[in-house]
Design a protein around this ligand. Structure first.
Ligand code: G6P
Length: 615
């Protein structure tokens, strides 16, 4: 994980890099640092804590003027978060500066080798080993920095996005990537380097996404030269024009990105189905599926691989796809799938779901599935991300940037895409009647409006949050396709409020978790009308008779559950298969308000990162 930012050009580099790091804090925020070269001097500051802490320290300690700088915001892998382990790191001579996102797996052996030859290390990081190895190559081989980086990377095992410069030659930055993202923004006689394009979006729309296994030398006057690390071949990089704008990555009047993103869901879902869901014509149009329809229709099985919230979206899709298409679906944690020698057949279709498109475990699962001949379809939010590029075909969710670490709009837009796929396949396979298909399309089209109504309960949800903010535990129950919603609700609460929470299928409660129920235990039950309503009502009664506190998500006008529950939150009714899209909303808001009341850092919860590019 970690976020990296660099600048080389004619402007003051520090403000650009510092602001850029703040935009990348979603990638890690346990420590930060910046190194600047200016007025013939290499200056730096680094510290444990947030980018804002580092900025305060840096501005008090050094004069940050200079036109080349590298900055880093960290999510610790090797070595605890402290000032010394923070990046940038420096070579023993003090000439080379490096920032690194990723892990060097063979760093220990390399460190021993360098130590035996007189190198010393002040930090516990793999990155300090890497920068000294580059220095060693320069000294031993007499090569330039670009070549030295390339030769060094041929000796290391692991994942990286790095940027390096030499204080003796401050007109170039060398960057390279393998497994971690790296974007180069191209301005007029200036270049921006970052883990994604958000740090430089106000300066340029032109970007090169470095490919895995590439190294680039970025020179102020002479432009960019890209080569393959392994065999030194020159690469002609593809310059993309970005659609992203500044407004999309700002809070827009909301207190937190998470709240903004919760409220963006109606618009995000409309963006997801725009041009794809053509209800009047009775068509679902998705190029990635259309172009590969035979692969999907011949699939004996669909395997979904994902992590975290995306895995929950995958679980919802299992209900949808199986119900509508009768194709068997298996949903796997990517991290388990990749290490268990899974059975993958050539006629399997693998769907990989990832908001960031960079999750290392999901990426590895995709590579494994491809090796074994499966067709891999990606559902990603970040355009041009590694997973989007690695898969055979795919569909973007078009949710816009999701910056809050706890995923919200990515989840509902992923479900929207997966529902469209399920409907499209069902129609093509003939497993859905014309009228049922039409009904689904029309209902899906109304979901944004229903979410708007669900969002109106925000104040009521805040009151419920106030009542339960001091709970130590919480149980979430749902049945059918709302069981994954219960899991997602519990995950949201854990992630941002640090309250222990468990999601369970409502009927499983009697096989264990019921033992936890007492008057102290809040139980959030998804009890909307369709599906297994009567069964859920019985489950509520079981909790009630053990004095548990019930917070029920119900449909408007439901009086039976209202009588039983301690608190109800109303949401509009929709068809069972699409109800996860609406029922998730109050659960997101409940966890949000509890976290705010507990004074937690909602957008950057402890120990987490948005883009997990390590195993
Ligand atoms: C991290 C994030 C989660 C996310 C998961 C998968 O753990 O904190 O919010 O669901 O990664 O990320 P992806 O980008 O692959 O959806």
């Amino acid at each position: 994980m970690c976020g990296i930012v660099g600048y080389i050009g004619n402007r003051e580099a520090y403000p650009i890099v510092a602001k850029g790091l703040q935009r990348l804090e979603y990638r890690g925020y346990d420590s930060a640092g910046i190194a600047i070269y200016g007025n013939g001097e290499l200056k730096y500051s680094k510290t444990k804590g947030k980018v804002a802490d580092m900025r305060r320290k840096l501005e008090a300690e050094i004069d940050p003027s200079g036109t080349i700088a590298l900055g880093h915001t960290r999510w610790a892998t090797h070595g605890v978060p402290n000032d010394i382990n923070s990046h940038p790191h420096f070579s023993n001579s003090g000439n080379l500066v490096i920032i690194h996102n990723g892990i060097i797996e063979n760093y220990d052996a390399l460190k021993k080798e360098l130590t035996s030859r007189g190198y010393s290390f002040s930090s516990d990081t793999d990155t300090e080993v890497l920068v000294n190895l580059i220095e060693d190559v320069i000294v031993k081989e007499g090569v330039k920095l670009g070549k030295a980086v390339q030769m060094t990377l041929n000796q290391v095992v692991g994942a990286y996005a790095i940027a390096v410069f030499d204080r003796r030659k401050p007109n170039e930055i060398v960057v390279a990537r393998l497994g971690s993202p790296l974007a180069i923004g191209i301005g007029k006689d200036e270049y921006f380097i970052a883990s994604d394009a958000s740090p430089f979006i106000e300066y340029t729309n032109n970007v090169i996404y470095l490919e895995d296994g590439e190294v680039a030398v970025v020179r102020k006057e002479k432009g960019i030269k890209v080569r393959k690390i392994e065999d030194d071949t020159m690469v002609d990089p593809y310059v993309q024009e970005l659609q992203l704008n500044l407004e999309q990555i700002e809070k827009g009047g909301f207190d937190h990105f998470m709240l903004k993103e919760i409220f963006e869901q109606p618009a995000a879902i409309r963006d997801t189905y725009r041009g794809r869901l053509l209800a009047d014509e009775g068509i679902v149009s998705m190029a990635g599926v259309d172009d590969n329809l035979e692969r999907f229709l011949n699939a004996k099985r669909i395997i979904v691989v994902a992590c975290g919230t995306s895995w929950h979206a995958g679980l919802v899709s299992e209900y949808l796809i199986e119900e509508l298409t009768r194709i068997p679906v298996e949903v796997e944690y990517a991290s388990e799938f990749r290490y268990r020698n899974p059975i993958i057949n050539r006629d399997d279709v693998v769907i990989a779901i990832s908001q960031s498109g960079e999750t290392a475990d999901t990426m590895a699962a995709i590579k494994l599935a491809k090796e074994r001949g499966a067709f891999v379809f990606g559902v990603c939010n970040v355009v041009g991300s590694s997973i989007a590029r690695e898969t055979h075909a795919g569909a973007y969710t078009h949710a816009g940037p999701e910056i809050g670490v706890a995923s919200t709009k990515a989840f509902t837009t992923q479900i929207t895409i997966l529902a469209l796929i399920a409907l499209k396949l069902a129609k093509a396979k003939g497993t859905i009647s014309k009228s049922d298909f039409q009904m689904h399309l029309q209902e899906l089209e109304t979901i944004p409006q229903k979410i708007e109504v669900a969002l109106e309960s925000n104040d009521a949800i805040r009151e419920v949050a106030f009542r339960y903010k001091d709970a130590r535990n919480c149980i979430y129950l749902g049945r059918g396709c709302n069981f994954p919603v219960a899991l997602e609700g519990a995950l949201k609460l854990k992630e941002i409020s640090y309250i222990h929470a468990e999601g369970y299928p409502a009927a499983e409660m009697k096989h264990g978790p019921i033992a936890l129920i007492d008057e102290e235990m809040p139980v959030v039950v998804i009890a909307t009308r369709k599906g297994h309503y009567e069964k859920v009502v019985s489950n509520i009664q079981e909790i009630k008779s053990r004095k548990g506190k019930i917070i029920a998500i119900i449909n408007e006008g439901d009086t039976s559950v209202r009588e039983l529950a301690d608190h109800v939150i109303e949401v509009p009714e929709t068809m069972e298969s699409l109800s996860p899209l609406v029922n998730t909303i109050p659960l997101q808001l409940l966890s949000y308000h509890i976290a705010v009341m507990l004074n937690k850092n909602v957008d950057q919860p402890r120990n987490l990162a948005k883009s997990v590019t390590v195993e």
